[in-house]
Design a protein around this ligand. Structure first.
Ligand SMILES: C[S@@+](CC[C@H](N)C(=O)[O-])C[C@H]1O[C@@H](n2cnc3c(N)ncnc32)[C@H](O)[C@@H]1O
Length: 170
């Protein structure tokens, strides 16, 4: 489905690593769905990805989105600081003032463990940018009923954590 890059400004939100799913466009429309794997069709029966791009190299300008979503990140995210700091810097770059990053995942997922996300927040140092970190337990089968979350191997998973990073650009 992905096509030539044309930026439609009516899309206010962005999902990174959308994979075979459409979480962002289901719960935070209008949302661009992206993924780093341009060979997604070999894993998914179908996908709704608009653009293939890496989370740490997004083809949009500064201050473009209100919400950026990472849903069950895997093989990218907050596992190692050498990856997570450039990733978060890139997400902050494309978020507007008062924008937010939402990360959903299982507490056991090494790519989105709370203390590593919080440590990454503490390592980012951008003049005039303040980050506010929040972590909550969620019941995703209730809150996101009917949505089937997927692992890399396409098996089902149930996120039990939601992390939010609010971005204030003064
Ligand atoms: C576990 S799947 C999550 C799929 C979907 N978000 C869900 O929850 O059902 C992780 C996705 O992240 C993508 N991914 C891996 N590395 C990436 C990167 N560096 N940038 C963007 N996406 C990446 C993978 O291709 C995969 O589709």
């Amino acid at each position: 489905m992905a096509s030539k890059f044309i930026d439609d400004k009516s899309y206010k939100n962005l999902e990174i690593g959308a994979g075979c799913g459409d979480f962002g466009s289901t719960y935070h429309p209008k949302c661009y769905l992206t993924d780093g794997d341009s060979d997604l069709n070999s894993r998914c029966k179908e996908n709704s990805v608009h653009h293939f791009c890496q989370g740490n190299k997004l083809p949009w300008g500064e201050n473009r989105f209100e919400i950026v979503i990472m849903c069950n990140p895997y093989l990218y995210g907050f596992k190692d600081y050498e990856d997570s700091v450039p990733l978060l810097n890139e997400i902050i770059r494309v978020l507007k003032n008062n924008g937010k990053l939402i990360v959903l995942g299982r507490a056991t997922n090494p790519y989105c463990i709370g203390y590593r996300i919080n440590e990454t927040v503490n390592k980012v140092n951008i003049p005039n940018v303040t980050l506010i970190y929040n972590e909550e337990n969620i019941n995703s089968t209730h809150e996101y009923s009917n949505y089937v979350f997927k692992r890399m191997d396409n098996s089902d998973t149930i996120p039990d954590k939601r992390y939010t990073i609010q971005i204030d650009k003064v």
